[in-house]
Design a binder for this molecule. Structure first.
Ligand code: UTP
Length: 292
């Protein structure tokens, strides 16, 4: 019996330099895919997986993320006054339960590993999920639900190593050395962050979803820097392999990198085309642009 995964860490302290100038004053996690900020999709995905507590690791200039998960009294009063019941109910339904959301700060953006380490006291001594909101995962069951299902079978650490990337792209990701395949779970024999293509052990790349054991914090405590001079989560995981099982899971979810301009546009089109209220007009516009 493995311990249940009740908590999720959402690191949102990155600077979003790939999306400037939009991200100068607006956190990239608040950019909308159709009509919802990117970060809300991650929270909904985690909720569908049974996560009960959401721990955001924020930084300076990110306070509007806190506001997004709070009541907006003036707006709610105005919607009520104008009889816009549907919009009002939508806002209220999206609010997480009081006390289920907490925020801590990563005072300096020293890397993803450091961001996760910043949440150590809020996580405590139990397994936890990590969701990088700019990786938008669309599919049913939710990506995190698929991972938790696999975790209950294999235990230890679980990462999404969903994507077999072209060799020239692997140097942007963590890459795994695959071992034994157990259904949808692949044993991870080692993992390396941003390898040169010629040094990549495979083309199976890690994307922004993890289930980790609290032992990761002792590794992150060492504050060792890796690729790009950052404290890398991948390096801490790599040091744990051998002391506990690690598996990669392939999901059937579509992934959109919303931290990248083209990935973000792609997400808007893909999600827009699934929305009955938007799809017909969007399809017409796409036809207009692609007809020439
Ligand atoms: P990214 O590398 O995609 O985020 O980190 P970034 O640094 O904001 O992006 P660019 O490359 O400059 O555009 C993946 C995730 O880790 C978080 C980011 O917010 C994102 O969710 N992160 C990264 C932190 O919280 N702190 C950090 O120090 C670095």
């Amino acid at each position: 019996m493995v311990k249940p995964v009740r908590k999720a860490v959402l690191p949102v302290a990155g600077m979003g330099t790939r999306f400037l100038p939009a991200t100068k004053a607006v956190p990239k996690e608040m950019l909308p895919v159709v009509d919802k900020p990117v970060v809300q999709y991650a929270v909904e995905e985690a909720m569908k997986a049974g996560i009960e507590q959401f721990i955001f690791v924020t930084g300076r200039g990110k306070h509007i993320i806190e506001d997004h998960f709070d009541h907006a009294y003036e707006l709610e009063a105005l919607l009520r006054e104008r009889g816009k019941t549907e919009a009002l109910n939508g806002l209220l339904e999206d609010l997480p339960v009081t006390g289920s959301v907490s925020f801590t700060r990563q005072q300096r953006p020293l890397g993803l590993g450091h961001a996760v380490w910043s949440a150590r006291h809020l996580v405590g001594d139990e397994p936890f999920a990590v969701l990088l909101p700019d990786d938008l995962m669309i599919g049913e069951p939710s990506c995190m639900a698929q991972m938790i299902e696999a975790y209950h079978r294999v235990g230890g650490g679980v990462i999404v190593a969903a994507e077999e990337k072209p060799l020239e792209d692997v140097s942007r990701y963590g890459v795994i050395t695959p071992g034994v395949v157990r259904g949808d779970a692949i044993e991870v024999k080692s993992v390396i962050e941003k390898p040169k293509p010629e040094a990549a052990p495979s083309r199976l790349c890690v994307i922004g979803r993890y289930i980790l054991q609290p032992e990761i914090f002792a590794e992150l405590d060492k504050h060792e820097t890796g690729a790009g001079g950052e404290i890398q989560l991948t390096d801490a995981m790599a040091r744990l392999i051998g002391r506990m099982p690690f598996h990669g899971v392939k999901t059937n979810c579509a992934r959109f990198d919303c931290g990248d301009k083209v990935g973000f546009l792609q997400a808007n089109v893909a999600v827009g085309l699934t929305r009955p209220d938007i799809a017909p007009s969007l399809r017409k516009i796409i036809d207009q642009f692609t007809r020439s």
